[in-house]
Write a protein that binds this ligand. Structure first.
Ligand SMILES: [Zn+2]
Length: 251
């Protein structure tokens, strides 16, 4: 059976003398592992399209449960990401987080939006248009929102107030409390947040993808945002990512 699909390479492994496996996150089929015969030969016609982060149209044949690459047409290689060790490390973490969450959660309806989120994040990372810590917060928080871990940020979960100078975000349960309703429980996973941080979190989790990256944050807000999204991943995903540890070690 022949399939043609758009996808991005989020992992690669050597296999045999000249072959390799690539993990491709596709719009239509989620993550598929594709065998690339001769993919490690210097003159391989698919070399660029099967490199990490390449976004291409892939024509594959499916035999049994396995996919084999027939041909490819490159759309974007994100080549410049590879020229900067910090960007490469962050993009590798995004790929690892994406792979783990897409496989572990019920996200088949969101493939198209998650693919667009990933590609847009790589695009802005490559182009240097945003602080890379802001891109990290956006990618982490929006990805988790898309796979079903979206918190209720509409208002206080007791009195429904939308806005209050001081709110508290219960990260574990994904709930907000205004300062009047908050009774001071669970210090570890409940963080105080101000109005601008809350509005940034609302934007990241809910905004249309076309305007998602139209967000400006102060240095101070970015620190708050990073603290929250970082914690949100730790609490909900509960797994160590080697690529994240590496990124943190060089940041
Ligand atoms: Zn309240």
């Amino acid at each position: 059976m022949l399939l043609t699909t758009m996808g991005v390479v989020i992992g690669e492994r050597a296999y045999g003398e000249n072959d390799k496996f690539i993990d491709v996150f596709t719009k239509d089929h989620g993550i598929i592992e594709v065998t690339v015969k001769g993919g490690r030969k210097l003159n391989s016609k698919n070399a660029a399209a099967t490199a990490l982060f390449s976004y291409s149209k892939y024509c594959v044949s499916k035999r049994g449960e396995r996919y084999y690459l027939n041909s490819s047409e490159i759309e974007n290689t994100f080549y410049d990401l590879r020229m900067d060790i910090k960007k490469l490390a962050l993009a590798s973490y995004f790929a690892e987080l994406l792979k783990y969450t897409v496989i572990s959660y019920d996200s088949d309806k969101a493939y198209e939006i998650i693919l667009k989120l990933f590609l847009n994040t790589l695009y802005y990372l490559e182009k240097d248009t945003h602080d890379i810590m802001l891109l990290k917060s956006i990618f982490e928080f929006r990805l988790l929102s898309e796979i079903g871990l979206i918190p209720n940020l509409i208002g206080c979960s007791v009195c429904n107030t939308f806005s209050h100078a001081k709110m508290h975000f219960d990260i574990q349960n994904g709930k907000l409390y205004c300062d009047d309703c908050f009774s001071g429980f669970d210090g570890n996973n409940t963080l105080a947040i101000n109005e601008s941080t809350l509005s940034a979190l609302r934007h990241i989790s809910l905004a249309d993808l076309n305007i998602l990256f139209n967000i400006k944050v102060s240095h101070r807000l970015l620190k708050e945002l990073s603290k929250i999204t970082n914690r949100y991943v730790i609490v909900h995903i509960n797994r160590k990512f080697k690529t994240l540890e590496y990124f943190e070690s060089i940041s």
